[in-house]
Design a protein around this ligand. Structure first.
Ligand SMILES: NC(=O)c1ccc[n+]([C@@H]2O[C@H](COP(=O)([O-])OP(=O)(O)OC[C@H]3O[C@@H](n4cnc5c(N)ncnc54)[C@H](O)[C@@H]3O)[C@@H](O)[C@H]2O)c1
Ligand SMILES: O=C(O)[C@H](O)COP(=O)(O)O
Length: 532
């Protein structure tokens, strides 16, 4: 059945066409995002949801979205999506990180000019036939200091434009390197310097708990008199009540505001204030940017729903369409290695080490780590997947380490998983053969070559005669066929294991009998999802 996507905000028709061309059914209902109740009613039918900023993907919506696999944000900011809730439910959230950056940077520059020269008021006055030449006295931009808070994609473009306008550009961004700053021609400074030195301050950070209210009463107090503020990022970065105070007192000479604490903003004390230029979240609204983000989001969502390729996901490692087919069997391998340990482990997991040897070390190991963790946690939490597993592992305090090394044995490459609990350390290694099927090649340090089947039985036992007979006769007595039987030991008479690949689940009613046999130390029926 073709995957179904709902587009619940206004997107360029290009997106709809791309979904259709890629074999995805699409419902284009651009006003549905604003109708929370209706959206809740229908969301259960969809595998994908394509949005802009109007649709709020809340925990409640996610709980109702029983089939949802991907949320695609045609744009950058994902603060309208409850990412932790989506991740816990295994829903990928992707955005289009570059499609509207130039357009938004241009809007910030446009607002800066509009505020510097009071263009909207001058325009309105001239249209009204007033010719108030003496009323509108602006300021020059050349030679002024532009303070950029957040120097990522958009902030960098604004900074470069500022340099081009002969401004002195200073930037605060904890992740901005000195090298990148000098490449952009900006001075890297602290936040306090931005406040103290800027004639214009422009905001370009995402909205997070750390950036919320970054421009507040205290910040205004540290700024130059007559500073001008531009916000094309998110409304909540500025405490609006504090901005209004600062405008009234004359501390702030003007503001260019594209984004508001509450949107849509149809009523705000900022409206009608002298030299406050407002636009209705138009930063990304050019035909070029909207074409870019619509095309990109539809391609990314279709690639995921149809081919399993992941790009620009906020909560999952990327998997390109090219690498997806090669990676797929190793993702399955990683999952079954995790699933093996997850099923035999009953204590809380403390540490996980995943070793990638040979060709596996050259693969997308972030995706393989996520798959291993998903397999490991699934016996406890059934609906965990590659998106939610890393979060769950972290929430459970699991210490995770990843090791990569060159080919070290007879296999071109393999994955070895070591899991520590309070009382035990368990190890298992596996590889994929050319048939693409996962094989266990080592358990507890004991070599074997075991094909992985849906139903298996794993025993640790004494290395004594009669194990094959015992297991064979118990399975035979219940009519369970053994497809493959693997034995291994660390030394004659030492630790031994048996791994049986069965054509049906091992019967629970004979498990106690098996475990009671003195030759058997432990016996565990296992189940693996080996379907493609
Ligand atoms: N008005 C609009 O229509 C519009 C359009 C696009 C994007 N946006 C907003 O602009 C934001 C920035 O977009 P981007 O593409 O440049 O994102 P980005 O991720 O490329 O850059 C954000 C930068 O902010 C920095 N940062 C994070 N926390 C910070 C902090 N506490 N102080 C200073 N810097 C901090 C990051 O290091 C990063 O470099 C988006 O998150 C979105 O909310 C608005
Ligand atoms: O984060 C973004 O990409 C912008 O805020 C654009 O939002 P919009 O798609 O609702 O215009």
């Amino acid at each position: 059945m073709a995957p179904r996507v709902l587009v619940s905000d206004k997107l360029s028709p290009t997106a709809v066409q791309i979904f259709k061309d890629r074999g995805v059914e699409v419902d284009y209902l651009p006003d549905l995002g604003k109708d929370k109740e209706k959206l809740l009613e229908v969301i259960g039918q969809y595998d994908g949801l394509a949005i802009r900023s109007a649709t709020k993907v809340t925990e409640k919506l996610i709980a109702a979205a029983t089939n949802l696999k991907v949320v695609g944000r045609a744009g950058i900011g994902v603060d309208n999506v409850d990412i932790p809730a989506a991740s816990r439910r295994g829903i990928i959230v992707m955005n289009t990180p570059f499609g509207n950056s130039i357009t938004t940077a241009e809007h910030a520059i446009a607002l800066m000019f509009a505020v510097a020269r009071q263009l909207p008021e001058a325009n309105a006055s001239t249209h009204a036939g007033k010719w108030e030449k003496n009323r509108f006295m602006g300021v020059e931009i050349t030679g002024k200091t532009l303070g950029v808070i957040g120097c990522g994609n958009i902030g960098s473009i604004v900074a470069m434009r500022g340099v081009g306008l002969k401004m002195h550009v200073i930037a605060y961004d904890p992740f901005l390197s000195e090298g990148r700053a000098s490449e952009l021609g900006v001075e890297k400074v602290e936040l306090e310097d931005i406040f103290a030195r800027s004639d214009f301050i422009t905001l370009h950070t995402p909205m997070t708990d750390r950036t919320r209210g970054i421009i507040n009463k205290d910040a205004f107090a540290k700024m130059k008199d007559g500073v001008r503020i531009i916000n094309c990022a998110r409304g909540g970065l500025i405490v609006e009540a504090d901005l209004i105070e600062a405008l009234k007192s004359g501390k702030v000479a003007g503001a260019g505001i594209d984004v508001f604490e509450t949107e849509p903003a149809t009523d705000s004390p900022l409206f009608g204030m002298e030299n406050v230029v407002c636009t209705p979240h138009l930063g990304a609204s050019t035909s070029e940017a909207q074409e870019n983000v619509a095309l990109q989001v539809a391609e990314q969502m279709s690639d995921y729903l149809v081919k399993g390729a992941v790009s620009n996901a906020i909560n999952m490692p990327s998997i390109t369409a090219e690498e997806a087919p090669r990676l797929k069997p190793f993702i399955k391998l990683a999952e079954v290695l995790g699933a093996f340990v997850g099923q035999v482990t009953e204590e809380p997991i403390q540490e996980v080490e995943i070793l990638f040897d040979g060709l596996t070390a050259e693969m997308n190991t972030r995706a393989l780590v996520s798959a291993t963790l998903a397999g490991l946690i699934r016996p406890q939490v059934a609906d965990v997947n590659m998106v939610s597993a890393p979060i769950m592992a972290k929430e459970r305090g699991v210490i995770l380490s990843e090791v990569k090394r060159d080919k070290s044995g007879v296999f071109d490459g393999y994955i070895k998983l070591t899991v520590k609990t309070k009382s035990k350390t368990r190890t298992i290694a596996g590889t994929c053969f050319s048939d693409g099927k996962p094989r266990f090649i080592q358990i507890k340090g004991i070599n074997l070559d075991a094909e992985v089947g849906e139903h298996m039985l794993y025993t640790t036992n004494a290395d004594v005669p009669g194990i094959i007979g015992l297991l064979g006769s118990i399975c035979g007595s219940k009519g369970v066929n053994i497809a493959n039987f693997q034995l291994g030991r660390n030394k004659p008479g030492g630790d031994a294991i048996a791994l049986l690949y069965l054509d049906a689940p091992f019967p629970q009613d004979v498990l106690a009998e098996l475990r009671a046999d003195p030759k058997i130390e432990s016996a565990k029926p296992l189940h693996f999802d080996v379907a493609a």
